[in-house]
Design a protein around this ligand. Structure first.
Ligand SMILES: Nc1ncnc2c1ncn2[C@@H]1O[C@H](COP(=O)(O)OP(=O)(O)O)[C@@H](O)[C@H]1O
Ligand SMILES: [Mg+2]
Length: 377
């Protein structure tokens, strides 16, 4: 299980469940190639929501439909079936003039880099700036900085024929990020790069994601870069077969592992518990649980501060990373306190039934949980 030094707030910044903030919303998406007898379905009823600033890595066997999905999201292919929204614009049936407009927000990196052979590295990148009418005086230092950052400082004025495959790939990457796109789509961006330049590219992607809220979808088999993913999506035979929130699981696990009842859980049970928790939001002043109610849920505070109130008196407050309501997982008894959100608050919520179904497999574990909860009271 991966842990890191980022604060919980930092890790959670991308998990705002507000549906309007989603950068990419795929719903019931299917796709077919060919016509008549040769018509073949290659994507089946796929659903995927990606938030601003999220880095999603897509893996899966060759031919499973990854590039097809990526090019649909990138507006390079027409949507045939289902819904696909980019920044709240529905692509199904969208007129081409609107597609051209939308595409200005998207940075692409495909295996074929498509550089202009007659233009230098600098000029290839400048072309992208011209598309959005950026002044040369303003663009020049940025282009030079980005090319230098990608290890091309000595080759800014070289033409593609004088650059290696990896160097050409990096020019294409500079061209793709120079306008700070809101969405970056990359198909095997590090395949042709050595470890060091591959790392430089993903570090730059990460910076764009955290500094500009840019959303990044990377198709890759390069397991050297899996650690940058907030989420890993696995595609098999045209279906998204698993969709794992890496950061989210790791963060929840690192919180609940501190809780005695969970400390003995195996890593896979812990992850199963974390993945079954749902993010729920509460407004300032809203009660999250009420004293006297029989509760069925356990809460971990993802963001925000709460007050613990017993018989109308505030007795304590809790903040992000703290938890409450754990007795409900084991016993049907009235809540002994009310918990009020002091400010807009998000919590990960674990339902007793979900929890039980995960731990039912392990009788000894259940005894430990009971003991731990009773000890804590
Ligand atoms: N332009 C095309 N015409 C017909 N079939 C295609 C075309 N592009 C891809 N396919 C087929 O669609 C399926 C998915 O391909 P693709 O999206 O490229 O998968 P991946 O990127 O995962 O390797 C494969 O069976 C492939 O042969
Ligand atoms: Mg492909």
């Amino acid at each position: 299980m991966k842990t890191d030094s980022k604060t919980i707030d930092e890790l959670l910044k991308n998990w705002d469940p507000d549906p309007n903030s989603l950068r990419v919303r795929v719903n019931g998406l299917g796709h077919y190639y060919g016509t008549g007898d040769a018509r073949k379905q290659v994507l089946f009823n796929n659903t995927l929501n990606i938030s601003p600033g999220e880095i999603v890595i897509m893996t899966g066997p060759s031919g499973s439909g990854k590039t097809t999905l990526l090019t649909l999201i990138g507006t390079l292919r027409s949507v045939q079936e289902g819904s696909l929204k980019i920044m709240d614009t529905e692509l199904l049936g969208l007129p081409s003039k609107d597609i051209v407009e939308l595409r200005k927000n998207i940075g692409f990196f495909f295996q074929a880099h498509n550089l202009f052979e007659s233009l230098s590295a600098y000029q290839n990148v400048r072309m992208a700036c011209e598309l959005v009418n950026r002044k040369e005086s303003e663009a020049k230092p940025k282009i030079e900085q980005v090319l230098t950052r990608l290890g091309l400082g000595e080759r800014i004025h070289y033409k593609p024929k004088s650059l290696s495959g990896g160097q050409k790939q990096r020019v294409a990457i500079a061209r793709g990020v120079i306008n700070k796109p809101k969405l970056i789509l990359a198909d095997e961006p590090t395949a042709a790069l050595d470890a060091e330049s591959g790392r430089e590219v993903v570090t730059m992607f990460q910076e764009l994601a955290s500094q500009t809220g840019c959303t990044i979808l990377i198709v890759t088999h390069d397991n050297r870069i899996l650690d940058v993913a907030d989420r890993i999506v696995n595609m098999v035979d045209g279906h998204i077969s698993s969709n794992v929130m890496v950061q989210r699981s790791a963060t929840i696990c690192s919180i609940i592992r501190e809780f005695p009842a969970f400390s003995e859980l195996t890593a896979s049970n812990l992850t199963a518990v974390a993945d079954s928790m749902e993010l729920r939001r509460f407004d300032a002043g809203q009660p999250i649980i009420q004293q006297g109610d029989v509760g069925t849920e356990f809460f971990v505070i993802a963001k925000g501060d709460v007050d613990i109130v017993i018989d109308g008196n505030r007795v304590n407050s809790l903040k992000s990373g703290d938890y409450f309501g754990e007795v409900a997982l084991i016993k049907d008894q009235p809540r002994n306190a009310t918990v009020l959100a002091k400010e807009p608050t998000s919590c990960f919520v674990l339902d007793k039934d979900e929890f039980r179904s995960i731990i039912d497999a392990s009788a000894t574990f259940e005894d430990e949980v009971r003991q731990a909860i009773f000890d804590r009271q």
